[in-house]
Ligand binder design. Sequence first.
Ligand code: TRP
Length: 332
Amino acid sequence: MKRKIACTGIKPTGTPHIGNYFGAIKPALELVKDYDARYFIADYHALNAIKDPKQLREATYEVAATWLACGLDPEKALVYRQSQVPETFDLSTILLAFTPKGLMNRAHAYKAMVQENLEMKRDPDDGVNMGLFTYPVLMAADVILFDTDVVPVGQDQAQHLEMAADIAQSVNRNYGKEVLTVPQPLIQESTKTVTGLDGRKMSKSYNNTIPLFMEPKKLRKLLMKIVTNSQTVEEPKDPDTCNIFAIYKLFATEEQQTEMRKKYRAGGMGWGYAKQTLFELMNEYITPLREKYNKIIADKECIDKILSEGSKRAREIATLKMAKLKKELGYS
Ligand code: TRP
């Protein structure tokens, strides 16, 4: 039986953090054994926000090196750069003709910007470029181009993918057959949200993230900033309402979690101790990945080679898809 296709995009903006790791990277890597995986760097999407070439280039290397260090194997999955597969933008233009403007008006990212502008008494479209407005169409093109069945993403991307499915369906309806595969989002329930330093969802916009590959000294210092309540050392504590434990759980085995729960409930354990225990566990987990990352990021030529080889293979698939589709639409 033909394997199903999993495809997802990683936007090169900012330094990857443990929320990205548990919410997106790890679940996507787990799919590689059962799916034909196609994972790409969404560098055209990044342009809506990043206009500085140096910053864009660096962010691209950073995310590529992160995925490779975490175990993405270019022999087993197709790894490429969106910008090196221009068929994406050809398809995106086609999809625009099937996308109601009203659908884009409802996209969360766009709506949030308009809302903020209104609150600040600015023009509602202030700072909104058309790339941002049509963002879900480009995302739809990314996945539809590769006949994608499932798209592993975080909860925040669910709406964008519903839109991708809507767009694919309206194309199919128009031509009276399944010219496009309708993609489905795949959202990991268990790591829907990763708790940040302040107890809110870990997010760059809250400035409460823990970078994945932070050096141990800095990491320890950062973990000491996790917000806790003011219980004394002696008091028994509740692991399930504690931000330290919420992060500890991500790295710990069942046994380690049980052990730690006991320490919380017994009393006599201070927050400093809990944070130090978290640091040791996390550092042990991250160290081999960090070492790999540092090696990979030091060899940019190698990253370039991996991405351009992957992109070449991706283009072969994309070219066939576009030739077939264009015929069906009446372009040849
Ligand atoms: N929008 C996604 C994000 O912000 C990145 C992305 C771009 C993507 N194209 C995609 C994700 C296609 C899944 C499928 O994280």
